[in-house]
Design a protein around this ligand. Structure first.
Ligand code: PAF
Length: 285
């Protein structure tokens, strides 16, 4: 696996494969790779001829400077893991390469980026994600790009932006990979204090309760039950909501599939998770 650090080098490295009509896959990451990321790399490997993994801790999507500073960085480890999972190229640009002096453009996706994560982390969060993802897609021009379903709202934002800008790429979302006890894998998990580790399971437990309760047909009551269950486990949800998977507006019709999404701070670490909520087969007479 080769590491390239500039957009020009990435394009040159991909040019022969592109000229031969080979399929290029991109897995955008911020590094600190874990099994969730590696499942994306393996999926890309299975579907594409050339696999690019980008590692870039994108400063513009962090609402909290301390979170940006504390974000784990270990490029040598990431490179070894990405290569082991089948990556051909690691794109690891500097901040100056991605945001050169005078950079003044922001890609903003309205609507789907505004509630929940947009509200909690500030509108700037998804502006930062949308801007850097657009730049990564333009730099690599992949046929397919993979994202983790754990960041369900991010996936919806990226799908919206790709559709709106008519970018010639297929977006694939791969299922959330979990620890043995159900905790969704995240680069932030290494920062959970040992004494908080059990409480971190409250997010998945709250989602399980909400999804189960949604089969009763009252989606707002299901949200409340999930939230109450989390509080019993001594975790205060920032939100636990049942939403439309495309718009992230509150879901109202239990006969349509929705997604249960949750965010909470456990100690110093902010975690998110989600589960699909199947459509309810209600009799209509
Ligand atoms: O999910 C992430 O790791 C980041 O938000 C992404 C998509 C790589 C953009 O910086």
């Amino acid at each position: 696996m080769r590491t390239v650090r500039t957009v020009a080098d990435l394009r040159s490295a991909l040019a022969p494969a592109r000229a031969e009509g080979r399929r290029i896959g991109l897995v955008p990451t911020m590094g600190a790779l874990h099994d969730g990321h590696l499942s994306l790399v393996r999926a890309a490997r299975a579907a594409c001829d050339v696999v690019v993994v980008s590692v870039f801790v994108n400063p513009t999507q962090f609402d909290d400077r301390a979170d940006l500073t504390a974000y784990p960085r270990d490029e040598a480890r990431d490179a070894a893991l990405a290569a082991g999972a089948g990556a051909d190229l690691l794109f690891a640009p500097s901040v100056e390469e991605m945001y050169p002096h005078g950079f003044a453009t922001t890609v903003q996706v309205r609507g789907v980026s505004e509630p929940l994560e947009g509200e909690q982390r500030g509108v700037g969060h998804f502006d930062g994600v949308a801007t850097v993802v657009t730049k990564l897609l333009l730099a690599a021009s992949p046929d397919v790009a993979w994202f983790g379903q754990k960041d369900a709202q991010q996936v919806a934002v990226v799908r919206r932006l790709v559709a709106d800008l008519g970018l010639p790429v297929t977006i694939e979302a791969a299922p959330t990979v979990r620890e043995a006890d159900g905790l969704a894998m995240s680069s932030r998990n290494v920062r959970i204090a040992p004494e908080d580790r059990r409480r971190a399971l409250a997010l998945k437990a709250g989602l399980d309760v909400a999804v189960e309760a949604a089969s009763g047909g009252d989606l707002r009551a299901a949200e409340q039950l999930g939230q109450q269950w989390m509080r019993v486990m001594r975790v205060d949800p920032e939100y636990l909501a049942l939403v439309d998977p495309d718009t992230f507006a509150p879901a109202h019709d239990p006969r349509r599939p929705s997604v249960a999404v949750v965010a909470a701070r456990v100690g110093d670490v902010r975690l998110i998770d989600n589960l699909p909520v199947p459509a309810l087969a209600l009799e209509t007479r």
